[in-house]
Each structure stands twice: as structure tokens, then as C-alpha cells.
Design a protein around this ligand. Structure first.
Ligand SMILES: [Zn+2]
Length: 323
């Protein structure tokens, strides 16, 4: 086990849970032969209760309130979204003054790319000469935002996305409705679970239904979307996520048109029906237009016009074979 590990991979695939399981194992006093923590020793019990003296979980201030319960991708919006230098400086005693128990000390920094520049410089100093019993586990989706000097001191461990059957199997016992969201959310089971828990799942499915059966009138379609999305504060969908959903849908239509297959298995009938009147060129054009719309999505000047524009482009692409 290297002393500094950088876990990378997409959002919502379980990097955080993996890191915590690894931390529990490093701290466990009687690890199982399977490689897991025993779950029963005093150390494991401390860890489970969230106050192990030899463990630090460094997260942005904004997430502290919901720590333990927050799924990846679900961030609370109070306090700083960054990990700040005073949070890193506070670790110096933990790292350089001996541990409470004889064994290892473990730090998880999640997400490591939330460290601002001063915080990154501060952790670099600690990483330069860590005591031998201290383990750093840095978690990052956007790991290129980390200083090269930090990256070079860590062993990088890229975690793969689960296959769709693995993701479905994991959700089957926990959250059946989230399974339908998997293809929209890059097959990331925790993202799908979080979306369905927050009520956004039904909004996603509503948007999918309107894409599958859009009618002919762009104004009516746009109005439907505006009602579906609701304010974000009430469990609605951010406009950007909406545009991404439309984009994924159009991508799958183009894929179906060109290659006769799709990644949205449950929607094959609708895709097949819609692809009939569309041309691949028209769909790809629409996909590119949506890409531009995405960059405006966080602050559309006029939401109504924004949705009408997307509806118009989408319906045009669907009818592009005739033009
Ligand atoms: Zn144990």
C-alpha cells in the first residue's frame, strides 16, 4: 500500500465508498482474510461511529453538515465549496504528532480537486515527508486540476465505471426506480440513486417521455419542459442537466440511425419510431447546437426563449429527412 493514493474516475461510481472501506481496512485491528475490515474490533466500531481518532475525512465546508449521508454528486449549498488552507493546516498535528493507537493513521481528501491553490501547496508540504504510518487517500474526478507535484507524489489508481449489469444489480436491492436513470447518468449507480432520492428522477423520466412523444408544436413542447423542470430548490432539474439529457437522447437517436443500436435500451421503441423521419446529418447538427446551448444553460437570459429554441431545433432534427 503506497502512502499516498489518488483515486480517480467518474462521478457517482463509488470512489468515496471505496476509499472509506480502504481506510477502515487500514485501521482495523483484525482484518479478514478477504481483505475487508472485520467490522467488530474497537477500531472498526470507532470508525463506524464516525469518530476514529486516527482518521480524518477532509471535505469542503459546505458538505460538513450532511457528512455521512451525502451521496456523490449531491452537494449542500452553504459554506465554501472548496477545501481551504486552514483545513489542511489543521492536519499537521494529526500527521506529525503520533497516533492514538499503535497502528496506521489515514486521511481521505474528498474531492481532492476542491482544494484551492493555497490548500494544495499546504498539502504538498505534508506529502513531501509523511511519517511511515500515515496514509493519504485523495479522491478526484477532475484530477488534472491538482498540482503536478501532488500528482507525482501519489500512486494513481483509476477506478472503472461499473458495467450496466453490475450497476443494475447494485440498485436492484436498493432503488428500483433508479435503474431507469442509469443510461442517462453514465451508468453511475450513486448518481442515479441520488437523482431518484431527491425527486429529480421523476423529472428526468418526464423529460424522457416528452422527448419520446414530443408532438409537433415547439411552443407546446417548450412549455411542457418549463413546467417539468420546476425550480431547482424544489427538487427540480438544473437547466444544464436538462440540456445534457436532450443531448444524450439526440445522440442515441443518431446512433440508432447510423448503427441500429442504442444505449437507452428501455426506449428502443420510441427511438426507432422517431428515427424514421430524421436524418443522421440533421441529428448531428442538432447535437452540436445543443452543445452550444449547454454553455448558456446556467444563465439563460430568457428561459422561455431558451426552451423554445431547443424545442424548435429538436423537432426540426426529427423531421430532417423530409427537408
Ligand atoms: Zn476491525
Amino acid at each position: 500500500m503506497p502512502h499516498a493514493l489518488l483515486l480517480t474516475g467518474s462521478e457517482g461510481i463509488g470512489k468515496g465508498r471505496f476509499a472509506l472501506a480502504m481506510a477502515a481496512r487500514l485501521l482495523c485491528e483484525a482484518p479478514l482474510s478477504s481483505g475487508d475490515a472485520c467490522g467488530e474490533c474497537p477500531s472498526c466500531r470507532w470508525f463506524a461511529s464516525g469518530n476514529h481518532p486516527d482518521f480524518r475525512h477532509v471535505i469542503p465546508e459546505a458538505d460538513v453538515d450532511s457528512e455521512g449521508a451525502f451521496p456523490e454528486g449531491e452537494r449542500k449549498k452553504s459554506g465554501s465549496q472548496q477545501i481551504l488552507i486552514n483545513q489542511i493546516r489543521a492536519l499537521e498535528d494529526f500527521v506529525f504528532v503520533g497516533g492514538h493507537r499503535s497502528g496506521a493513521r489515514v486521511l481521505v481528501v474528498e474531492p481532492a480537486d476542491a482544494m484551492n491553490q493555497p490548500a494544495q501547496n499546504a498539502i504538498l508540504k505534508i506529502l513531501e515527508e509523511p511519517p511511515s504510518s500515515v496514509y493519504f487517500i485523495l479522491i478526484s474526478t477532475h484530477w488534472r486540476r491538482l498540482l503536478p507535484t501532488i500528482r507525482s507524489r501519489c500512486r494513481k489508481l483509476p477506478l472503472p465505471r461499473p458495467s450496466s449489469s453490475e450497476a443494475q444489480a447494485w440498485l436492484r436491492t436498493r432503488d428500483e426506480t433508479a435503474i431507469k436513470l442509469l443510461p442517462l447518468l453514465g451508468n453511475a449507480p450513486l448518481l442515479a440513486h441520488a437523482a431518484s432520492e431527491s425527486g429529480r428522477g421523476s423529472v428526468y423520466l418526464g423529460v424522457l417521455a416528452s422527448l419520446a412523444d414530443p408532438g409537433r408544436d415547439p411552443l407546446a413542447l417548450a412549455a411542457r419542459w418549463q413546467t417539468q423542470l420546476q425550480p431547482k430548490s424544489e427538487g427540480g432539474l438544473p437547466v444544464q442537466a436538462f440540456v445534457e439529457t436532450v443531448q444524450k437522447w439526440v445522440f442515441n437517436l443518431a446512433l440508432f440511425k447510423l448503427a441500429g443500436r442504442t444505449r437507452l435500451g428501455s426506449e428502443t421503441d420510441a427511438l426507432c419510431r422517431l428515427a424514421g423521419h430524421a436524418s443522421a446529418g440533421g441529428l448531428l447538427r442538432c447535437y452540436n447546437e445543443l452543445m452550444k446551448a449547454r454553455s448558456l444553460a446556467s444563465h439563460p437570459l430568457n428561459p422561455q426563449l431558451f426552451f423554445e429554441d431547443i424545442a424548435e431545433r429538436y423537432l426540426r432534427a426529427l423531421a430532417s429527412e423530409r427537408t
